[in-house]
Design a protein around this ligand. Structure first.
Ligand code: CO
Length: 187
């Protein structure tokens, strides 16, 4: 199939309405959804993300992409696309620092499950299932939270959150009257 050249999608920033919505399951992987997935993957790499979820580019759909091994494997890109993902198991707990393309310049330690088993569909409509550890496990938990309208800053301890409030309010202040916030990112 002939594909269009992927687009760089504007990243929605904290304060944007779509980031707080419960995303809808994908009913069918149409050619339009396939194009969208290509754009999402392209945007993740262009923005140096380890992962990117559809709501972060303004689409309230249960789709995300992760590539936790990209930096380590010398530029080899292996995007993992998960559509309608579901966790089957969580094991252990571990705290580590996270950031998010929708929360520029904010980095905080977040507690996550150490190991997870996750299943879903890939871009070819095939059932896939992963046992994830380390950054892979962290990335799928972070991205899956985006599908439920949850941001990593929601998970930091209360005291830390008070310290973060000023930065968050600054980000939020750039949201327009329609609740859309693509920040100051130049595209
Ligand atoms: Co994020």
């Amino acid at each position: 199939m002939k594909r269009k050249k992927p687009d760089l999608l504007p990243i929605r920033i904290y304060g944007d309405k779509t980031l707080r919505k419960m995303a809808e399951p994908v009913a069918e992987i149409t050619p339009e959804i396939e194009d969208f997935i290509n754009d999402l993957v392209h945007t993740m790499y262009e923005k140096d993300g380890v992962g990117l979820a559809a709501p972060q580019v303004g689409r309230s759909l249960r789709i995300f992409v992760v590539d936790p091994f990209w930096f380590r494997e010398g530029g080899q890109k292996n995007p993992i696309i998960l559509i309608n993902p579901k966790f089957l198991e969580f094991e252990g707990q571990v705290e580590s620092e996270e950031g998010c393309l929708s929360l520029p310049e904010i980095y905080e330690k977040v507690m996550r499950a150490k190991k997870v088993i996750i299943k879903g569909l890939n871009e070819n409509d095939e059932h896939i299932r992963f046992e994830a550890e380390g950054l892979f496990a962290r990335a799928v938990q972070h991205e899956n939270d985006h599908l439920d309208g949850i941001l990593f800053t929601d998970k930091v301890p209360k005291l830390k959150k008070i310290l973060l409030r000023k930065k968050l309010n600054e980000l939020k202040s750039t949201t327009d009257e329609n609740g859309i916030n693509v920040g100051n990112i130049k595209l």
